[in-house]
Design a binder for this molecule. Structure first.
Ligand code: 5GP
Ligand code: ZN
Length: 141
């Protein structure tokens, strides 16, 4: 299902042009307009989902099934030393387009344009607290 006024639905539907790198029945991969690093690619399900919470298992499977092959092609093309796979969910996490997408960002070094702040808080959680958190999450599945 397409969503009205969704820019990625329009791209998936070929109503708006994109620099496509992969396409099948369910999935489209195309270059991000704002290339964080050369080859920065977005992979989307053609079926609209606002974000990961909204994504069907079928769409998730279809998207993720394409990731290793696209990643290998990007790595070979760019000679990247690494790759970040990123999906921003919600404004607080930096999501600006409300159609699920996975960023594939080829990485060269720590100062190549991409960075994630990664503070660790190990000292704030005891093993018992971690066990309780894991159990509570598990009980929701
Ligand atoms: P987000 O901020 O939601 O994680 O990522 C959205 C991405 O979509 C941004 O990196 C932005 O550059 C990209 N983007 C927004 N509009 C377009 C567009 O019309 N075409 C392409 N190729 N990328 C877009
Ligand atoms: Zn959409």
């Amino acid at each position: 299902m397409q969503k009205e006024n969704c820019i990625f639905c329009k791209i998936a539907n070929h109503e708006i042009p994109s620099h496509k790198v992969f396409e099948n029945e369910e999935v489209l991969a195309f270059l991000d307009l704002s290339q964080v690093t050369k080859g920065h690619t977005l992979v989307i399900p053609k079926q609209h989902a606002d974000n990961v919470y909204d994504l069907s298992s079928e769409s998730a499977q279809a998207v993720f099934a394409t990731i290793p092959e696209i990643s290998r092609a990007l790595q070979q093309e760019t000679g990247a030393a690494g790759m970040n796979l990123l999906s921003n969910t919600g404004k607080v996490a930096g999501q600006s387009v409300s159609h699920f997408h996975l960023h594939l960002i080829p990485r060269h070094d720590k100062h190549d344009g991409f960075g994630a702040k990664w503070e660790v808080h190990n000292e704030e959680y005891t093993a018992e607290e971690l066990a309780t958190i894991a159990e509570s999450i598990k009980n929701r599945l």
